[in-house]
Design a protein around this ligand. Structure first.
Ligand code: NDP
Length: 328
């Protein structure tokens, strides 16, 4: 148990970054409350940024990414957890500047850890991971802001991790889901998740008009930029859009008109720093009401060795669904 495998990112003298699978020691990890043997992790966009030297995500290298981890407690300094507990850790500093789930062990503060709900397996928890958690948070917030039963909801970045799980949860809740994608060839995949209509993401963009025809009862946006701006301009009176990501752009070029003439809301989603009690609440929703029996083609299970190419693909927007890392 003293030695384990991890993906380690090195910063080279020439400023480029290199990925290696290496043996690490438990003593290389920070001395935190809970030591966890990680059985599953998953790949998120942010992990790819950390793995390619994005200093906004990870300041210091060598570093092991992995913002998600599901595993079993090996040692605990607090009474909240005991050896053998099955747990989930997502967000906070995991995988950013704290060694993350792309290693077989992590050591984290107790207040980052959620006991795994009974009705989820460790692997299912990581099929959701941060992406699924963010999708669930987005739907939860839209509902708290009055999303109309059976309403028409636009999901952008539809084939991505957050978008695809948002489609599945919204469909399960009985909404009419319109999926906006750059991958029209994935229409069958999106329909199998529960989308009732698929649109080309370029077809919903209108950068000129301040307001568009009232179309959406809600929007789950994962891409930002002109797609989010156009979606807000097409919200129906009093309705809301959530924003969690920037796959297209971090910029939002919009006037105040949708807000002051239609009373629409733009709702921020942060899965990273939200309170641990809120994380428990969302994980319980995922484990119960929003527990989805995903088809096998929704996710790809990979080893540490196979993760390398997936990191490059997610940066190119070429991943469909989720990539789950299984440690040996
Ligand atoms: P993925 O890479 O899995 O999916 C992003 C999707 O966005 C792609 O599959 C693609 O979908 C679409 N996309 C990619 N590039 C572009 C582009 N240039 N223009 C328009 N659309 C594009 O990422 P995730 O779903 O995991 O995350 C989505 C975003 O949310 C990321 O920016 C991520 O950092 C952020 N995020 C934020 C969180 C938070 O707490 N706020 C938590 C988790 C993620 P398609 O081809 O179907 O259009």
């Amino acid at each position: 148990m003293e030695r384990f495998n991890a993906l380690v990112i090195y910063e080279k003298d020439d400023g480029t970054f290199e990925r290696k699978i290496e043996e690490r020691q438990i003593s290389d990890l920070p001395d935190n409350d809970v030591l966890i043997r990680v059985y599953y992790s998953s790949l998120n966009y942010k992990d790819a940024l950390s793995a390619t030297g994005n200093k906004g995500v990870t300041r210091n290298y060598p570093h092991t990414p992995g913002i998600d981890a599901a595993g079993v407690v090996v040692k605990s300094k607090t009474n909240d957890f005991k050896e053998g507990d099955e747990v989930i850790v997502i967000g906070y500093d995991l995988g950013m500047n704290t060694p993350g789930g792309f290693g077989e062990y992590i050591s984290v503060p107790a207040n980052w850890v959620v006991k795994k709900p009974e009705s989820l397996t460790l692997k299912q928890a990581m099929i959701y991971g941060t992406a699924g958690f963010t999708a669930a948070m987005s739907v939860d917030k839209l509902q708290k802001f009055g999303l109309k039963d059976g309403g028409k909801v636009l999901v952008t970045g539809a084939t991505g991790g957050v978008g695809s799980i948002a489609i599945a949860i919204l469909a399960k809740e009985g909404y009419q889901v319109i999926a906006a994608t750059g991958k029209i060839d994935q229409t069958e995949f999106l329909k199998s998740l529960g989308a009732s209509e698929i649109v080309n993401r370029n077809d919903i963009i209108d950068e000129k008009k301040a307001l568009l025809r009232e179309t959406w009862d809600g929007v789950v946006d994962t891409v930002g930029g002109s797609i989010l701006a156009s979606a807000i301009k097409a919200l129906k009176y009093g309705c809301s859009a959530t924003t969690c990501g920037l796959a297209q752009s971090p910029k939002l070029d919009i006037t105040v008109f949708p807000f002051i003439l239609r009373g629409v809301n733009l709702l921020g989603i942060d899965s990273v720093e939200c309170d641990i009690e809120f994380k428990k609440y969302i994980w319980n929703k995922i484990a119960n009401d929003w527990n989805i029996d995903f088809h096998d083609d929704f996710y790809e299970e990979v080893s540490l060795e196979q993760l390398n190419e997936k990191i490059d693909l997610i940066l190119q927007g070429k991943i469909k669904g989720r990539v789950v890392l299984k440690h040996s």
